[in-house]
Design a protein around this ligand. Structure first.
Ligand SMILES: [Zn+2]
Ligand SMILES: [Zn+2]
Length: 874
């Protein structure tokens, strides 16, 4: 496949065609090969409700860079893709769509609801996958998985049953976080805390014997309906003697005891707290210790239930208002104090979460957390950057049991059945026919489903075929690198680690590469409400996927947020154009010549320099990739291509290409091709499309750049001495060019150049370069020169002279300067006059006067400068 390059680079056409070519050739498909080492990444499965955003784009780009690089290095590289069923998010979408038709879940029933959900998945669930392809993601689509597919579901049931049998899954009454809007329990990780304004309602509860009151404060007065005790610290001298006495709960009239518990903080408020076991996690624990009654006073939607007496049926906030009013009226409200406090809300919908006691399924975390902590401590899995390991430890060491049941229908239904006759609970891989205890066939399955993260926690091995011992599982597990944002370390990363340790006996990946958020150019989070989100698909449409990928990779350093702007993408697009033009220049010079894609036998000074420089680049880029310094690697590639290769080497190559010396020209062509093609290989993981297109157009061997061999550092390509000499020449050329630019000398004006140096041999080799790039009409090299009227330029290795009158036409320059001086003086006089004009000073706004003053000062400086130039010239 050899092709011409269009005049301008049109990414849209190239990208779609190239992606199809790769797919047809099955390059993304990993074929197990015992002779190769595997390199595996499992994709963080995007939600089927998802639409590609910048966060995904970054995540996918980093993964694709790693996978393409390892594939070229000769690994059997597998990037395993898939999507997540996203229980809460998807169910919310279906419910919302049904609401528009005037239907509810309950009306249509479970089966019909699930039919709708699957239909929705079929229609929209593939959208995000198609969007990933636009980025150039080289996922093995033949191995695409879905968390709710048959295999993943089998793994879920297996894990549930195993953990249940080990006593690590249990059902119990526990305080859980309840979202009154989503009407389901949510896990601790799904609660977002935020400081908000609130109140402390100071209340007093009377003693039954009429001996006075105890004062306490609460932020949620409506929960008092469920109070079953009041607690003080056992060593609090103020209250010690009151422990055991009985209080009357205001409004309700229930008798509740005063208890002593160390959980109470003596210094906080009055040192007295009300205990509501059904609606506060700490109170629940206190209740367990003191055997207190648990009275749930809340319905699923947060309104007061029948246990709330006359408040039953009132929505939460209304109940609060009525209760506070009644407490005030009856003399139980002492005062109201405004405070700021942390309030937890549902990460899905933002509704304030209500702690609520309910019967749920839990995973016992302590025994699972320990080996998972050890896996990171011992270095079997490491976090990059490693500061995230601390966050991980902190979370894992303080972990509470994981509430895994959800009152939702879209998801893995809990594999537990309850015998309606004897009450037996049966947990099984497949639906049981009869109760093992009483033989009854009157069994009902638990209506709840599992937390979405329960299945994604198994992702690294369920997708490879577990619980079956498949050849894929054997070969690809444990995987190598997990790439993800810091926001899901707890939701997902931690749970994958303990699941891998528990079920595979091995950590699921060696490295967790954490990346930050993509923020807008002002550093703000991209959000719907700010309207500052940038759609990656629009960027791809306009600038191409390569430009987007390059931008995301360039700004990236592990763990840190980055800023994204259109300007940066434009700069990346310009870089793509620069490469394109360089390739076109090379191709133009190949016409009619047969060029092998190897280096020629004989290398000139500049050849040795560029080959040596490329060799070092190869080493550094590979090294950076090994250390996950993707942003540094791509910056080096940019500098090499733009500066060394395009701006220097290509310019210098023109000397030989146009010399008429066919052998020299042929050598130059060969080095150009070799160097361009090899650099495209290094750049390929970052900009896969343009590099493939150029590589195919240049002389090459092999079918595709993406399966070509990653360049390696080569001792035979080390020319440090030549490179050093070349850099001395370049430094001198740069110095001459800078000086000429300062003096406004056009390139057309050639001038003699004298180079006084102690290393004449080095500089002699550079004569043609000085002639071409420093516009020297002739070059003389010697130990020293004495010249009158010459501009002197000094570099560490040489002193360069150019006769002044060859650079500037003295007469014309003097005339120009004189004219400029007159004009400046005139403007200065006008400004001065204004500043002396009383009327102007009185009437003009202050900023205008200041502007004139500054302008006058500038003009004065400018005049002095011109005068000194004139003097110098005379
Ligand atoms: Zn919610
Ligand atoms: Zn039974």
């Amino acid at each position: 496949m050899s092709r011409q390059l269009n005049k301008t680079y049109e990414p849209q056409e190239v990208e779609d065609r190239t992606y199809r070519f790769w797919l047809e050739k099955k390059y993304f498909h990993a074929v197990r090969d015992p002779k190769k080492k595997p390199y595996t990444i499992v994709i963080p499965p995007p939600n089927i409700t998802g639409k590609l955003h910048m966060g995904h784009a970054l995540d996918e780009t980093l993964q694709d860079i790693l996978i393409r690089w390892r594939r070229m290095q000769g690994y059997c590289a597998l990037w395993l893709p898939g999507t997540d069923h996203a229980s809460i998010a998807t169910e919310a979408k279906i419910v919302e769509a049904m609401r528009k038709e005037g239907l509810t879940k309950e009306q249509i029933g479970r089966e019909a609801f699930l039919e709708r959900a699957w239909a929705w998945k079929e229609q929209y669930g593939g959208r995000i996958v198609e969007q990933l392809k636009k980025l150039g993601s080289s996922c093995d689509w033949d191995r695409e998985r879905f968390t709710l597919d048959e295999g993943c579901s089998k793994a879920v049931r297996e894990v549930f049953v195993r953990l249940y049998e080990k006593g690590l899954i249990y059902r119990g009454e526990r305080i859980i976080n309840w979202c009154p809007h989503c009407k389901t329990s949510i896990s601790d990780a799904e609660v977002e805390f935020e400081e908000r304004d609130g109140f402390f309602w100071h209340l007093r509860y009377p003693f039954k014997d009429g001996s006075g009151y105890l004062e306490l404060a609460t932020t949620r007065p409506e929960t008092m309906l469920g109070d079953t005790a009041v607690a003080v610290h056992p060593e609090d001298e103020r209250y010690k003697h009151l422990v055991g006495k009985t209080l009357i709960l205001p409004l309700v009239g229930r008798e509740i005891p005063v208890i002593a518990d160390e959980y109470v903080e003596r210094d906080f408020g009055t040192g007295v707290v009300k205990i509501t076991p059904a609606h506060d996690p700490n109170d629940f624990e206190v209740g367990l210790r003191h055997n207190l009654e648990v009275i749930n006073v809340m319905n699923e939607d947060g309104s007061i239930n029948e246990n709330g007496g006359k408040y039953a049926g009132l929505p939460g906030l209304e109940a609060r208002k009525r209760i506070v009013d009644d407490l005030k009226e009856q003399g139980y409200l002492v005062r109201v104090e405004p405070i700021k406090h942390n309030v937890g809300s549902c990460y899905r919908c933002g509704t304030i979460v209500e702690p609520r006691v309910s019967k749920q399924w839990f995973v016992k975390m302590k025994p699972l957390a320990e080996p998972a902590i050890e896996a990171v401590r011992s270095g079997k899995t490491r976090f990059i950057p490693d500061r995230y390991a601390k966050i991980y430890y902190h979370w894992m060491e303080n972990i509470r049991d994981w509430c895994i049941s959800r009152q939702l229908w879209w998801g893995h239904r809990i594999p537990a059945w309850y015998c309606q006759d004897c009450g037996e609970t049966i947990v099984a891989r497949e639906a049981p026919h009869a109760c093992p205890k009483c033989g009854s066939t009157h069994l009902e399955q638990d209506p709840d489903t599992l937390d979405t993260w329960f299945s994604s926690a198994l992702w690294p091995f369920s997708t490879l075929g577990w619980p079956d011992k498949t050849p894929d599982l054997e070969y690809f597990y444990p995987t190598d690198t997990l790439v993800t944002g810091y926001d899901i370390i707890f939701f997902w990363v931690a749970r994958m680690i303990f699941s891998g340790m528990e079920h595979m006996g091995e950590t699921p990946f060696h490295t967790v590469l954490i990346h930050g958020l993509v923020r807008d150019e002002k550093g703000r989070k991209m959000s719907k409400s700010l309207g500052n989100g940038i759609d990656p698909l629009e960027i791809i449409d306009k600038y191409g996927a390569d430009a987007l990928r390059f931008t995301l990779a360039t700004g990236n350093s592990p763990g840190n947020d980055m800023r994204f702007s259109q300007d940066k993408v434009e700069a990346s697009r310009n870089f793509a154009n620069k490469i394109w033009n360089a390739a076109r220049f090379i191709l133009m010079n190949l016409e009619g010549h047969d060029i092998p894609c190897t280096l020629p036998e004989e290398l000139s000074l500049e050849d040795k320099w560029i080959v040596d420089s490329f060799n070092c680049l190869t080493k550094e880029v590979t090294d950076n990739l090994e250390h996950f310094e993707l942003g540094i690697a791509v910056q080096k590639l940019y500098d090499f291509l733009w500066d060394e290769f395009c701006d220097w080497y290509i310019e210098i190559s023109k000397i030989r290409l146009n010399s008429g010396d066919e052998k020299a020209a042929q050598n130059a062509r060969q080095v150009l091709v070799w160097c361009m093609s090899s650099t495209m290989q290094l750049l390929h993981p970052f900009m896969p499309f343009i590099t493939e297109e150029i590589w195919q157009a240049l002389p090459h061997s092999g079918e595709s750049i993406m399966i070509s061999k990653w360049p390696e550092y080569d001792e035979n390509h080390c020319f440090p001495k030549a490179a050093e000499e070349m850099r001395k020449i370049m430094e001198a050329v740069r110095a001459v060019r800078n000086r000429r630019a300062e003096m406004n000398v056009p390139p057309s004006r050639r001038a003699r150049l004298y180079i006084a140096t102690a290393m004449p041999e080095t500089f002699r080799a550079g004569i043609p370069i000085f002639e071409r790039l420093a516009w020297a009409s002739s070059v003389e090299i010697g130990p020293s020169f004495t010249l009158d009227g010459a501009v002197t330029i000094v570099t560490p290795d040489a002193k360069l002279f150019i006769p002044t009158d060859e650079l500037v036409d003295k007469k014309a320059e003097l005339a120009r300067l004189t004219k400029e001086l007159e004009s400046a003086k005139k403007q200065f006089a006008t400004a001065e006059a204004k500043l002396k004009n009383e009327k102007f000073l009185a009437k003009a706004p202050a900023n205008v006067v200041e502007g004139v003053r500054q302008n006058a000062a500038k003009l004065k400086e400018h005049i002095a400068l011109i005068e000194s130039s004139i003097k110098e010239m005379q």
